[in-house]
Design a protein around this ligand. Structure first.
Ligand SMILES: O=C(CO)[C@H](O)COP(=O)(O)O
Length: 153
């Protein structure tokens, strides 16, 4: 699994902790860090969120974890990229269902909301989940995709 990580200045520290854990995870073949590299970088979160989501949408990565102050701005930004399903996931159950129900490629964390230990725990669990295209959830996700591509659903 290839995972992109990115954060704005509010999320740099948590993003780095998540990145280091992903790098140590043998289930992860590649971690692509799009920055920010420093809390002094004041590039706004949409630039990071959209760049990361585009990488996933283009097939250059499988998933992404994005961090800002709340996780909300990153989720909104990533969801503007066609084909991307992104959500804030500050608890284990939501992170699990983001994959199993929604086939989300991206979860986001708010560094001002969640602590590093819980974020790392959720990250480790999240790597282990896969979406089942034969599940009852698949048609529901397809409805979202159909809407996005302007087909009826
Ligand atoms: O959390 C953020 C966006 O959702 C970001 O880190 C801070 O945004 P701001 O409150 O607009 O500065």
């Amino acid at each position: 699994m290839r995972v992109v990580v990115a954060a704005d200045n509010a999320g740099v520290e948590l993003k780095n902790a998540v990145r280091d854990q992903l790098n140590a995870d043998e289930r992860v073949s590649e971690v692509i860090d799009l920055g920010a590299d420093s809390a002094t970088d004041d590039t706004a979160y949409p630039h990071f969120g959209i760049a990361a989501a585009e990488k996933v949408a283009k097939g250059e990565a499988d998933r992404a974890i994005l961090v800002c102050g709340t996780g909300i701005g990153m989720a909104i930004s990533a969801n503007k990229v066609p084909g991307i399903r992104a959500t804030v996931a500050h608890d284990s159950y939501s992170a699990e269902r983001s994959i199993k129900s929604n086939n989300c490629q991206i979860i986001t964390f708010g560094a001002r909301v969640i602590g590093p230990e819980l974020a790392k725990k959720i990250t480790g669990e999240w790597v282990g989940y896969t979406f089942d295209p034969a599940s009852a959830s698949a048609a529901k996700v397809a409805c979202i995709t159909d809407y996005e591509t302007q087909a009826a659903c």
